[in-house]
Design a protein around this ligand. Structure first.
Ligand code: R7I
Ligand code: MG
Ligand code: MG
Length: 349
């Protein structure tokens, strides 16, 4: 499809929900044989299964808040977004939220709160969370703002409402950038795609806060850049085992151990792979491969789904998958609204 076409918006938002819903099955599993993944995905073709049988988790619940806030306010409004996160949590606390972020969400519902970024800053002895909760809901920022500087700025602020550690919010910036570039068709040239991400993250991670957090957490000076270089090394190789991907990039709940991994899943699955069915589309390969890594499967599949969906478009997602997942219809409708908002800003700029 053309850059920033409606199909790409729909693909991004719907595949993110699908990744979250189908990934829930394996979340936290240490080893996931590809056979089990394919069995799970095949079972979605069963006509007797009810609509929306696979429930979405916090990943989608929070992404929906982001989308609703951006659409209602016509841009980023931290007060409104914070209020929506708090309300969503209080109405459905059982969506599988991270154990730390729950404290933030409870504080955000207090009417006395004057600074909506304060609760996040109090996490983990004042350093803030490095979990992937900011990144898992970052895709909508790329669908709302055509300007790359806006995507970076607002994905960062949106993540900081719950994740004030640079290793948390920079993961959100990276995820939003990946969706932004994919939406423009940048995955047609995978080498340039990864190079652009590295160049952008060099700048993003060039600040004092990143340097401090990286030092305290004993990470490389620019942690995400270092991981993206590993992604580039792995994608240049003809054969890579799942074990190597996990040990090089991780499959965990930290943004650093999941956002670069999700990006790798998309890049690795651009072409057919021996371990995956021949009849699978690139998007189906991406989701299946993400699940086979185990660990934080719902979140890695959700983030990889958003990037891949923006590349392949809505038609690459099997109807049976869409039907089985809760929230896909809303995602589809919202994708169209975001597409309008995006193109309105393009015309007025
Ligand atoms: O990041 P967050 O919203 O969790 C998202 C994950 C996704 O996989 C979802 O699908 C859901 O399952 O949860 O929630 P946080 O509580 O901020 O962070 C997640 C976890 O990361 C925490 O429960 C901690 O175990 C860990 N963590 C930290 N541990 C030590 N020190 C995050 N930051 C720190 C830290 O600074
Ligand atoms: Mg989840
Ligand atoms: Mg998860």
């Amino acid at each position: 499809g053309a850059p920033a076409s409606l199909s790409r918006f729909r693909g991004a938002l719907v595949a993110a929900v699908v990744g979250d819903c189908v990934g829930g099955e394996f979340e936290g599993a240490e080893e996931v044989p590809m056979e089990s993944v394919l069995k799970h995905l095949n079972s979605l073709d069963d006509e007797t299964k009810g609509d929306g049988i696979l429930e979405y988790s916090d990943d989608t619940a929070m992404a929906r808040c982001v989308v609703q806030s951006l659409l209602t306010r016509g841009g980023f409004d931290e007060q409104d977004m914070a209020r929506r996160f708090a309300k969503e949590y209080s109405e459905s606390p059982g969506r599988g939220y991270g154990s730390g972020v729950i404290q933030v969400l409870k504080k955000l519902s207090s009417p006395q709160l004057s600074d909506v970024y304060q609760p996040a800053r109090n996490q983990y002895n004042g350093r803030g969370s490095f979990g992937n909760g900011g990144a898992m809901r970052a895709a909508p920022f790329a669908l709302a703002f055509p300007d790359q500087a806006d995507v970076k700025r607002f994905a960062c602020s949106g993540a900081m409402l719950t994740h004030s550690c640079s290793l948390g919010y920079n993961g959100a910036v990276l995820q939003a950038l990946a969706v932004h570039l994919s939406l423009q068709g940048a995955l047609e040239l995978p080498q340039q795609f990864i190079s652009k991400l590295i160049t952008e993250m060099e700048e993003v991670e060039g600040d004092e806060a990143t340097r401090n957090d990286a030092r305290i957490l004993k990470e490389a000076e620019k942690p995400f850049c270092e991981r993206l270089h590993r992604v580039r090394d792995l994608m240049d190789r003809s054969k890579v085992s799942i074990e190597e991907v996990i040990s090089e990039l991780g499959n965990g709940i930290a943004a650093l151990h999941s956002v670069p991994t999700a990006i790798f899943c998309v890049l690795h699955c651009l072409q057919p792979r021996e371990c995956l069915p021949e009849n699978y589309s690139g998007l189906e390969r991406t989701i299946a491969y993400s699940l086979a890594l185990g660990g934080d499967t719902d979140t890695i599949a959700c983030m990889a789904g958003a990037i891949a969906g923006a590349h392949y478009g809505i038609t690459a997602i099997p109807q049976s998958w869409i039907k089985c997942c809760e929230g896909t219809e809303d995602a589809d409708v919202n994708a169209e609204r975001l597409h309008m908002l995006y193109h309105q800003s393009l015309q007025s700029s």
